[in-house]
Ligand binder design. Structure first.
Ligand code: FUB
Length: 323
């Protein structure tokens, strides 16, 4: 596959989480829609209210839409805005983790469970105790499952320190270490956190944490974790500078060392992704706003092959937007 391919031309889907279950690729995107809410820095215009699940047997082949897997109206604690979800498998069950604002307009992370990768997913009655912010991504190995989460601005991460809500949002100054994504091991029943969420440190090559003012490299949102040749790759969006970047480490908690840009800006404001190996090749799933003519809240899913250099760095992919 040399060229990026749009996967779902008939609908607006974004924020892909992608996994191989039973030998097939399963895609768990956000489902964008035209809600009429004006665009703002809080992300109110991303007013999604359900999830569809898609699958593929072949990266060039047909994409099957399995229909609605979860609706906001099915979730007892729901306020609004179903953002980026992820799904993982353990002991015969598929667990979907999703961010949603509760009735007080606070993002929490919810769980919904299915016996099949395509759903339908049945939501738990309450969000994960102690959860906050957005963009959960789950990485499992050796029977342990780690959740990565967090996002600044509309994702509300600036409202917390040490897992406690602040009286008001607060950003570090430009020279101070940036707000970190969070990593936490999930409990054995997959329904809660087994420990306090920790800061996932991203260091520059000189060993110092990236600073809040380093907007071209610091974390904004859209965590993803994958492993390649024994190295852990944490990748994320820089938000207002519109890059997907990555950092590497030798264990799931880090620290991670910044390595570079995975995807240059796309057409649109947000950039978000999943990285997955399928049939011996690596792929970057992501989104852009070309089909909607640049409407930032109507995004379209794409996939492109991703390549590593011999030293384990990733070849930067051109997102096609303004740099
Ligand atoms: O889709 C809403 C938000 O936009 C996601 O949670 C972010 O990662 C960004 O893609």
């Amino acid at each position: 596959m040399n060229k990026a391919r749009y996967l779902i031309p008939d609908d607006y889907m974004a924020d892909p989480a992608v996994h191989v279950f039973d030998g097939k690729l399963y895609i768990y995107p956000s489902h964008d829609r035209e809600s009429g809410i004006p665009e703002n820095d809080n992300g109110d215009h991303f007013d999604m209210n359900d999830y569809h699940v898609f699958s593929m047997d072949d990266i060039e082949g047909e994409v099957t839409d399995h229909g609605v897997a979860l609706r906001v109206t099915d979730i007892p604690w729901a306020g609004r805005q179903l953002w980026d979800c992820d799904v993982t498998y353990k002991d015969g069950k598929y667990y979907m983790y999703f961010p949603l604002k509760d009735k007080n307009d606070i993002f929490r992370i919810g769980i919904a469970i299915s016996s099949k990768p395509e759903g339908p997913f049945i939501p738990e009655k309450h969000p994960v105790p102690g959860s906050y912010s957005i963009d959960p991504a789950v990485f499992g190995e050796n029977g342990k499952y780690y959740m990565y989460f967090g996002g600044i601005w509309g994702g509300q991460l600036q409202r917390y320190r040490n897992n406690k809500a602040l009286e008001s949002a607060f950003f570090p100054s430009a020279q101070e270490p940036s707000l970190c994504p969070k990593v936490v091991r999930l409990s054995d029943d997959m329904l809660g956190f087994a420990e306090e969420a920790r800061d996932l440190l991203i260091l520059g090559k000189e060993g110092r944490p990236l600073t809040q003012g380093d907007t071209e490299r610091r974390f904004f949102e859209a965590s993803w974790m994958h492993k390649y040749k024994g190295t852990y790759y944490f990748s994320y969006s820089t938000g207002d500078t519109h890059r997907l970047c990555y950092a590497t480490g030798d264990n799931p908690y880090g620290p991670f060392t910044y390595q570079g840009v995975l995807l240059t800006p796309v057409v649109g404001w947000t950039t978000h992704h999943a990285i997955v190996e399928y049939k011996g090749k690596w792929y970057l799933f992501h989104h852009d706003c070309v089909p909607s003519g640049g409407k930032t809240w109507l995004r379209s899913l794409k996939v492109v092959e991703m390549e590593y250099n011999g030293d384990g760095t990733i070849k930067t992919i051109d997102g096609g937007g303004e740099q």
